[in-house]
Design a protein around this ligand. Structure first.
Ligand SMILES: [Cu+2]
Length: 337
C-alpha cells in the first residue's frame, strides 16, 4: 500500500512532499542498464543516451494483412467485387530497419533510421483470376533529435523533433492481368514522396522490478509529392508496462492507438474505379493494438540486447474496403558502445 502511495506521489510530481531515505524515487535515477531500460522493441525513439554513447540496431518488422474491412465490419472478396473489378485479398509488409543513435551531450540524442521495405499483395479479379504484385527497395530515411527535458525521481521525459525524407520510391510498377508494368497503387509504394515532420513526446518510469512508459507521436506531411498527392497525416499513442524478474530479462505489455488520414489529391496514373487500393478516399482509418514482448539484456556482451514483440489488433475502423491488419511481429538487436 505504501509503495502504491509513493508511485502515486512521484507520478503527480509531488516531489517536495517526499524526502524519505527509503523512497525508491528519491534514491534512484532512471537507468537504461536493465532489460526494460529499453521500451518494447516496436517503439521507436523510446530512449535517450548518455554523452558519447553510440548505439547500432537492426529491426525486422513483418505486418500481415488479410481480408478487407469497411468501418468495423469485415467484407468477403465477393462483396468487394460487387463494386470493383479487382480486390486485394492479403498483403505482407516486411521491413529491415538499420538504426544508429548517438548523444553529443546528455540532453540531446540523434537518431538515424534506414528502412528497406519488401511488399507483396495478392489479388482476386471479378472473373475469378488471381495475381500477385511485389515492390521492394529503400524506404523513407528518418532523422530525429531527442531532447531530454526531465530526468529525476527515476523518471525521464524527452521531446522529439524529426524529419522523414522522401527517399522511398513512389513510382513502383509491376505486371497485372490488364497491363504489364502498371503503376502500383498507394499501399504498394515504398515512401510518402514528401518531407514529413515527426514530432513526439516520450515518458519513462522505473520502480524496482517494474517499469512503464508512454509515447505520443505524429507524422505531418509537408506539401505534395511529384505524383500530385499527399498521404494522410498520422497520430500514434502508445503506453506500456514491463516486469523484469532478473536484470537480463523483461516481459512487456503494450497498447498502441494509431489513426491516419485519407490521401489528399490523387496519382493520375491510377484508376480508383478498378481497385480500392487506388482510391485516395479509401486509405484512412484507426486501430487499437495490444502487444506482448520480451527484452533480453546482456551487459557482458557490449550491452547486447535482443528483443521480440508481437502485436495484434483488438479494434480497427477503416475507410474501406481496405485490407485489415491481422498481426505485426518485430524482432530486434541493439548494441551500445
Ligand atoms: Cu539507443
Amino acid at each position: 500500500m505504501k509503495n502504491i502511495l509513493v508511485i502515486f506521489l512521484a507520478l503527480f510530481g509531488a516531489t517536495t512532499l517526499c524526502h524519505a531515505q527509503a523512497c525508491y524515487f528519491c534514491s534512484h535515477e532512471w537507468t537504461s542498464s536493465r532489460a526494460d531500460g529499453h521500451a518494447p522493441i516496436g517503439v521507436m525513439g523510446d530512449h535517450t543516451h548518455q554523452s558519447g554513447e553510440w548505439m547500432f540496431s537492426y529491426r525486422y518488422i513483418n505486418m500481415n494483412m488479410d481480408g478487407n474491412r469497411e468501418g468495423t465490419s469485415r467484407l468477403s472478396p465477393s462483396e468487394v467485387l460487387k463494386d470493383y473489378m479487382v480486390t486485394p485479398t492479403d498483403m505482407d509488409m516486411e521491413m529491415h530497419m538499420l538504426g544508429a543513435m548517438t548523444a553529443p551531450t546528455d540532453w540531446l540524442t540523434l537518431t538515424f533510421m534506414l528502412p528497406f521495405v519488401d511488399l507483396s499483395m495478392n489479388h482476386q479479379t471479378r472473373s475469378g483470376g488471381r495475381f500477385k504484385t511485389e515492390a521492394s527497395g529503400l524506404g523513407d530515411i528518418r532523422v530525429n533529435s531527442l531532447f531530454r527535458v526531465f530526468d529525476q525521481m527515476s523518471q525521464r521525459v524527452h521531446l522529439s523533433a524529426g524529419v522523414s525524407l522522401p527517399s522511398g520510391e513512389i513510382d513502383e510498377r509491376d505486371d497485372t492481368p490488364t497491363m504489364s508494368d502498371a503503376k502500383l497503387p498507394y499501399p504498394m509504394q515504398l515512401g510518402s514522396g514528401t518531407v514529413d515532420l515527426l514530432p513526439g513526446i516520450t515518458y519513462l518510469g522505473q520502480y524496482e522490478s517494474f517499469s512503464w512508459g508512454g509515447q505520443a507521436s505524429g507524422t505531418l506531411r509537408l506539401g505534395e509529392n511529384d505524383n500530385d498527392y499527399t498521404l494522410g497525416n498520422r497520430f500514434d499513442a502508445t503506453a506500456w508496462a514491463a516486469y523484469q524478474p532478473v536484470q537480463e530479462l523483461s516481459v512487456s505489455f503494450r497498447t498502441l492507438w494509431q489513426s491516419w488520414g485519407d490521401i489528399d489529391g490523387s496519382d493520375p496514373d491510377l484508376s480508383p474505379a478498378l481497385i480500392s487500393t487506388a482510391d485516395p478516399t479509401k486509405r484512412g482509418g484507426e486501430r487499437l493494438d495490444l502487444g506482448v514482448g520480451i527484452n533480453l539484456f546482456l551487459p557482458s556482451m557490449k550491452s547486447l540486447r535482443l528483443a521480440v514483440e508481437y502485436l495484434f489488433p483488438v479494434y480497427q475502423d477503416l475507410n474501406g474496403p481496405q485490407l485489415e491488419v491481422d498481426s505485426t511481429i518485430v524482432v530486434g538487436a541493439q548494441m551500445t558502445f
